[in-house]
Design a protein around this ligand. Structure first.
Ligand code: ASP
Length: 330
């Protein structure tokens, strides 16, 4: 019997159109509705009973916490039903990794949730959206995708939402899981898994968004030579609840920045040390003595994903040791 898959659309290039088919980079994102995209892809109805819902229609640079919460609540509601076997989310590629990791931490189901997008607008020559969408439905209906957390597919690959990141501004082969690798491939409507995520996700997490209407304010500060501490001080004065420092190498920072972030931590702002390096672990008490400063090490989460986890962590506690435990677990 065919599976029932619901596609929740949020916009992005997969639903974008250009003035002509050769314009790959100058186009308008988020134009076509999900009903149009489904009707242009009769093949997906051979795979599963596919229906669509328009949750938002934005370029993913305009993705917001409000849309996240609406989307997550709707996915949780749909997956409770026996009549829904899996969910696909269409999304712009620019912030897809953040949405995917957010959903990975708050969806309360083991049924497959697959996020998909495209690098070329829908009417481009060799648009990648239709094949990516077909693959996403194929993955969402696959028994093997159960219990693997929220997955991201583009360009025939399957990625864990925790590890995946956009690595190239324009190529279709842009989504990678640096060092750790793809979970698998999709070919001819079949999903081939070679590994699975080991970090806790979905039903294993402590996060519950049922009653949430907003997320705590957490900002990211980027490191560079001669880093200024004025940004740290301004954000601290604004009363942000958390700061992620995209540090140097193993989460390193200048003495001046360390002192300023240390002062922030004393006033109750939770400081997470991540890295601008692009891959690898930020070691607790490595480049900085976190115990002395009451900082949290981000493990291998990139700064934008560390921010997602920190926001959710702050809905539970402000204690840095408990938050450090979450960074080891998720
Ligand atoms: N700017 C677009 C977006 O993120 C890029 C894309 O979807 O590929 O919505």
């Amino acid at each position: 019997m065919k599976k029932n898959i619901v596609i929740l659309a949020t916009g992005g290039t997969i639903s974008g159109t250009a003035a002509c088919g050769t314009e790959m980079l100058t186009y308008t994102s988020a134009v076509l509705t999900i009903d149009t995209l489904i009707s242009q892809m009769p093949y997906i109805q051979n795979l599963a009973n596919v229906t669509g819902e328009q949750i938002a229609q934005v370029d993913s640079s305009d993705m917001s916490h409000e849309i996240w919460l609406m989307l997550a609540k709707r996915i949780n509601e749909l997956l409770l039903s026996d009549r829904v076997d899996g969910v696909v989310v269409t999304h712009g590629t620019d912030t897809m990794e953040e949405t995917a990791y957010f959903l990975n931490l708050v969806i309360k189901s083991e049924k497959p949730v697959v996020i998909v997008g495209a690098m070329r607008p829908a009417n481009a020559i060799s648009a990648d959206g239709p094949m990516n969408l077909y693959n996403a439905v194929a993955l969402a209906m696959n028994e093997e995708a159960h219990g693997k957390g929220v997955l991201v597919t583009l360009n025939d690959t399957i990625n864990s939402s925790r590890d995946v990141t956009k690595t190239n501004t324009a190529l279709q082969d842009t989504f990678k899981s640096p060092d750790l690798g793809y979970l698998g491939y999709i070919q001819d409507g079949g999903s081939h898994f070679y590994r699975f995520p080991t970090r806790k996700h979905t039903i294993q997490t402590e996060f519950d968004i049922t009653e949430l209407s907003e997320l705590p304010q957490v900002e990211i500060i980027y490191s560079y030579v001669n880093s200024s501490v004025s940004i740290v001080k301004s954000l601290s004065n604004l009363g942000v609840q958390g700061l992620v420092y995209a540090g140097l190498g193993n989460g390193g920072m200048s003495e001046e920045v360390k002192a300023a972030l240390g002062d922030c931590a004393k006033t109750g702002t939770v400081i997470v040390r991540s890295s601008r390096a692009g891959s690898g672990i930020v070691t607790r008490n490595g480049a900085v003595n976190d115990d002395n400063y009451n900082f949290v090490a981000a493990d291998s989460l990139n700064p934008q994903k560390a921010r997602v986890l920190l926001m959710l962590a702050l809905t539970k506690t402000k204690e840095s040791q408990k938050i450090q435990r979450m960074f080891w677990e998720y």
